[in-house]
Design a protein around this ligand. Structure first.
Ligand SMILES: O=C(O)CCC(=O)C(=O)O
Ligand SMILES: [Fe+2]
Length: 197
C-alpha cells in the first residue's frame, strides 16, 4: 500500500472536482443497493467504458448507468494521466485506466469492510483520490478477521492498493465533517481508478 499525503495541489483538486461535477450532470449520483434490496450508505457514479454497479442482481461492471441507461462518460484526460503516472510509481508501466468509480459520502455515510474483487484483473493497482472532508479509512489484511488499522485520508491524498495489499480488506468507518472547504456543502468524494480486464 502506498499513501501519498497531500499529493494534489489545491488547484489540481479543484480541477478534478470540476470534472466530477460535469460527470454528475450526465451520470447523476445514485444509491446502489445490495442483493437483498437494502441501500448502501453512500452515493456513487462512474466514468469510463464500464462502471461498477450493485442492485438486486448483485454487483458487477456494466457499460450503462443503471438509472439513465446511458453509457458512462469517458474518464477525463487529467485523471487518466494521473492514474497512469501513479501506477508507474508502483511499477506498473502498462496501466490501462478503464473505469473510475466516484463515491460521495455525507456525514452519516459508511462503507463496510470489503475486498475489491469484482475485477477480472485482480493484479493491477487500485488508485484512489480523496477530495473534501477527511475519511477514516480502515485497512486490514487478506482475511476478513485480520486486525485493521485506521488511516485518515485527507483532501488531495492518494492511496494505492498494489501488490499484496491489492486484496486487503478495507472500508470507510466514516468521515470527519467540516475538515475541508473544498466541497461547498461538505462531504467527501473518493475516486477509484481501476484496470478491470
Ligand atoms: O472511499 C474510499 O476511500 C474507499 C472506496 C472503496 O473502497 C471502494 O469504492 O471500493
Ligand atoms: Fe474498495
Amino acid at each position: 500500500m502506498l499513501h501519498l499525503q497531500q499529493y494534489l495541489s489545491e488547484s489540481q483538486q479543484q480541477e478534478i472536482l470540476q470534472h466530477c461535477r460535469e460527470i454528475g450532470k450526465k451520470s447523476p449520483l445514485f444509491s446502489p443497493t445490495m442483493k437483498n434490496g437494502s441501500p448502501f450508505n453512500y452515493q456513487m457514479t462512474n466514468c469510463g467504458k464500464v462502471g461498477w454497479i450493485s442492485d438486486q442482481n448483485g454487483y458487477r461492471y456494466d457499460e450503462k448507468h443503471p438509472v439513465t441507461n446511458k453509457p458512462w462518460q469517458p474518464i477525463p484526460g487529467v485523471i487518466r494521466n494521473l492514474a497512469k503516472s501513479l501506477a508507474a510509481e508502483v511499477g506498473d508501466y502498462n496501466y490501462k485506466p478503464e473505469t473510475c468509480l466516484i463515491n460521495y459520502y455525507t456525514q452519516s455515510s459508511k462503507l463496510g469492510l470489503h475486498q475489491d474483487n469484482t475485477e477480472v484483473n485482480q493484479k493491477s493497482p487500485i488508485i484512489s483520490i480523496s477530495l473534501g472532508d477527511d475519511g477514516i479509512f480502515l485497512i486490514g489484511g487478506k482475511r476478513r478477521k485480520d486486525p485493521t488499522k485506521e488511516i485518515i485520508l485527507k483532501s488531495g491524498d492518494i492511496l494505492i492498493l498494489h501488490g499484496e495489499s491489492r486484496m486487503f480488506y478495507h472500508g470507510i468507518k466514516g468521515i470527519i465533517h467540516g475538515t475541508s472547504n473544498l466541497l461547498k456543502s461538505g462531504g467527501r468524494l473518493n475516486l477509484t481508478i481501476r484496470q478491470v480486464y
